[in-house]
Design a protein around this ligand. Structure first.
Ligand SMILES: [Zn+2]
Length: 181
């Protein structure tokens, strides 16, 4: 999910407005925060103090950390832009995507529903960091870390078979993923 930073900025505005009674109109998103999986900039895959990291599936997290240790020796750091998300956070992101892209079908090319998102089940991570995507493209399969969608090169999931056979072919976008139906 590439819009994390603007989202946090927007959240700060919503939170600020929520304490000013004159403009405290319905702002359910003010309730979404770190406990829902929101992360500030620069969180590492080793930082268990954020539910976005600590609530990831254990297999995915172990693979990520193994890869991150090796990547770091080459000067590459994995940054968590998004990991585990609560259902409420996922729904918020979907609602925002509908606004951004103009329709639910178009939004779902980018953001899954709370029922289908692998972020909600803790089985997906969106990584940033200089060189991280390139490093994972070259070495990620060794750790079972695979890019799943061609339109989301930052989104990774664990695929056990990848350690032996390489990552499976990626989908053009999430609407081609049978799990999303
Ligand atoms: Zn993702």
């Amino acid at each position: 999910m590439r819009r994390t930073r603007p989202f946090i900025a927007a959240l700060a505005v919503v939170t600020a407005s929520a304490v000013a009674p004159a403009i405290a109109t319905a702002a359910p998103t003010a309730a979404i925060g770190v406990e829902d999986g929101v992360v500030p900039a620069g969180v590492s895959v080793f930082d268990d103090s954020y539910p976005a990291v600590s609530r990831l599936d254990g297999t995915l997290l172990t693979a990520l950390r193994s890869a991150a240790v090796v990547a770091r020796t080459g000067g590459v750091t994995f940054v968590v832009n998004s990991g585990w998300r609560s259902r409420a956070y996922q729904q918020y992101l979907l609602d925002q995507a509908v606004i951004t892209y103009g329709s639910l079908p178009e939004a779902r090319r980018w953001v899954a529903t709370p029922a289908t998102s692998p972020h909600v089940s803790g089985k997906a991570i969106d990584l940033g960091g200089t060189g991280a995507a390139d490093w994972l493209d070259r070495f990620g399969a060794t750790y079972g870390l695979c890019q799943i969608y061609q339109n989301e090169p930052w989104h990774f999931e664990f695929r056990a078979q990848a350690t032996m056979r390489g990552c499976p072919p990626s989908y053009p976008d999430p609407t081609h993923d049978p799990r999303m139906r």
